[in-house]
Design a protein around this ligand. Sequence first.
Ligand code: SF4
Ligand code: SF4
Length: 298
Amino acid sequence: MSGMYRNRVKSKPSNPRISFQRVVQLVSAVLVNGYLIGFQKGKIFTGSSKALCVPVLNCYSCPGALGACPVGSLQFALGGMKRHFPFYILGLLMLFGIVLGRVVCGLLCPFGLVQDLLYKIPLPKIKVPKRIDKPARWLKYVVLLVFVILLPIFAVTKIGIAPPYFCKYICPAGTLGGGVPLMIADPMLRKLAGMLFGWKMLVLVVILTVSMLIHRPFCRYLCPLGAFYALFNRFSFFQMKLEPSKCVGCQKCEHTCPMAVEVTKNINSTECIRCGKCKSVCPTGAISSGISLLEKGK
Ligand code: SF4
Ligand code: SF4
């Protein structure tokens, strides 16, 4: 770094023990899974709040879940017995998308928190080459389109309903939050566990293992909810902002970004989960974020 820049780069005070992001993630995880006694009993909460969707990927069958998962609900609406256009679910997701974009991924999603914590394990980390990383990120849109929308609409069984394909064959959050606690608490379920549960466990173990080596692999490559919110990132009310005149090109932001966003070139990328890490490490305060309602009209 040149001498001219060195004067402008003041070292930031050391990070507090627990970041704002972590506090919000923990509060959110507890709020959406607040029926703690369910874990002890091995029983799913069935109160009236279960009719409402939460904005994050959080399995309906998690014993603590107080609300429904929007991805599961979407598949149920499209492929269930009483098929209907999912006005409520899409409306809710669009509302969160328009206001916050992928803030939901960075701050509110419990499975995002799981991946963040696993990445903290001190193991050698893998930087995915761009030629693999870039095309692989399209996978999550394929998962959204095929497993959450098209298969539930068209691949129906003889009795006219479709299983929730994403939940049944892929969702690691469902296995971790629902399948595993229920199996632990209920010996009968353990006896009934077959090939499908084995497959789901394999998917879960692979994703959790990769999460120790690559930051947020599920969010980057597979999550259909992340794909949905990504569509709103560029024009959501909540925006990240980089002030080029303050930037000294130190690249600290890019080195710290969990989603490998090219922060100085494309800060409101569809991949940005608005975790705020770039903002907190930037030594010149070049990065800001917030709801920019007034700037929308400019
Ligand atoms: S660009 Fe910044 S806010 Fe977005 S994911 Fe990367 S570190 Fe987080
Ligand atoms: S925006 Fe990124 S590259 Fe620019 S000064 Fe801040 S941390 Fe360094």
